[in-house]
Design a protein. Structure first.
Length: 285
C-alpha cells in the first residue's frame, strides 16, 4: 500500500475515500494500457495506473486522494471523472470536494440555436439514431434512438472527448485506432485550420492529446480529413448485446446555420460490413 493509500485512514478525508472506491470498481481487464499479467487479488486499478490512464502525474493524483491543498485544474478533474466513469452526481461530488464548486457547463462553439424544425427532424428520422453537433463535436440535441445507443451523452456531450478519454470507447468503436481515432484527429486538424480563433477547439485538442498517449502518436502522423459523410463505421454497443452493427454516416449542415451539423446513422446491410474510411492525407503541421 502506497503512502497515498495509507492516508485514506483519515476519517476526515471524504474525497479520498470516494476516489478509492471509484478506483476499486473499475474492471482492469477491460482497460487498455493496464497490465493484468501480474495482478493483485485486490480489485480495481492502482493510483499509478489511474494517473497514467487519466494523463496526470502520480504525485498530482496522490495529492488529490490524500486531501492535500493544491490547485486542481478543471481540465484535469474532467479527465479524471471520465477515466473513473463517474456519473453526473459523482462528477459534481468530485468537483465540490476538490475545488469547492460544481463542474462548469459545457462551452459550445458558434451559434447553437436549435429551432423547433430541427428538433422535429430528429424525430422524423427515427428509428435511426440522429444528433445535432457543433463544430467542436458537442451534441446539442439528439433523438431517443441516439440516447439508447449512446447513453454516455447525458454526462459527456462531446463525441471526440468521449472517444479518446472514456474507457469504453475502444470496445464500442470497432477498429478504434485506425478508423475512429485517426479520422477524428484528422478532422480536428482541419477544423482548427478553419477556425483558428476557436478556444473550444484548442481546448479539445489539448485535453485529448494530454489525456491519451495514442492520440499523441496519431496526431504526429499529420493527417487531415474534412468530414466522415458517407463512410461506413461499425459499433459494438451494449444495447445490441455486443453484436457488431454497421452504419453509414450521413452528415448534413443546415444552410441557415452551418455552425451545426446534423448526423444520422443509417444501418448498413449486414452487421459484418467492413469498416471503411476516406483516405487521410498527410500534411505538414
Amino acid at each position: 500500500m502506497s503512502g497515498g493509500e495509507k492516508a485514506l485512514k483519515d476519517d476526515g478525508n471524504e474525497l479520498g475515500r470516494l476516489l478509492q472506491f471509484w478506483r476499486s470498481r473499475l474492471d482492469c481487464r477491460r482497460i487498455a494500457g493496464v497490465d493484468t499479467r501480474r495482478r493483485r487479488l485486490k480489485p480495481g486499478v492502482t493510483q499509478k495506473e489511474l494517473a497514467k490512464l487519466a494523463g496526470v502525474s502520480v504525485n498530482w493524483y496522490r495529492a488529490l486522494e490524500c486531501g492535500g491543498r493544491h490547485k486542481f485544474s478543471e481540465g484535469m478533474l474532467q479527465r479524471l471523472a471520465t477515466t473513473l466513469r463517474l456519473d453526473e452526481p459523482e462528477r459534481i461530488m468530485l468537483f465540490k470536494l476538490s475545488v469547492g464548486h460544481a463542474p462548469p457547463a459545457p462551452r459550445l462553439t458558434g451559434d447553437i440555436s436549435v429551432d423547433d424544425n430541427m428538433h422535429a427532424l430528429l424525430g422524423l428520422v427515427l428509428p435511426h439514431p440522429a444528433c445535432i453537433i457543433t463544430v467542436d463535436w458537442t451534441v446539442v440535441a439528439h433523438n431517443q434512438a441516439y440516447e439508447r445507443w449512446f447513453p454516455w451523452v447525458a454526462n459527456e456531450p462531446n463525441i471526440v472527448r468521449w472517444s479518446f478519454l472514456d474507457l469504453d470507447a475502444r470496445e464500442q468503436l470497432v477498429d478504434w485506432r485506425e478508423v475512429w481515432a485517426a479520422t477524428f484527429l484528422a478532422q480536428l486538424r482541419v477544423a482548427l485550420a478553419q477556425n483558428p480563433d476557436s478556444a473550444e477547439l484548442r481546448r479539445l485538442k489539448e485535453e485529448v492529446l494530454d489525456g491519451c498517449e495514442e492520440a499523441r502518436e496519431i496526431w504526429a502522423e499529420n493527417r487531415s480529413q474534412v468530414h466522415a459523410d458517407g463512410e461506413i463505421r461499425r459499433f459494438r454497443l451494449p444495447c445490441h448485446g455486443g453484436e457488431v452493427v454497421a452504419v453509414t454516416i450521413m452528415a448534413l449542415a443546415p444552410l441557415r446555420n452551418t455552425d451545426l451539423c446534423f448526423i444520422v446513422l443509417l444501418r448498413a446491410p449486414g452487421r459484418d460490413a467492413p469498416a471503411t474510411g476516406t483516405t487521410l492525407a498527410s500534411v505538414t503541421d
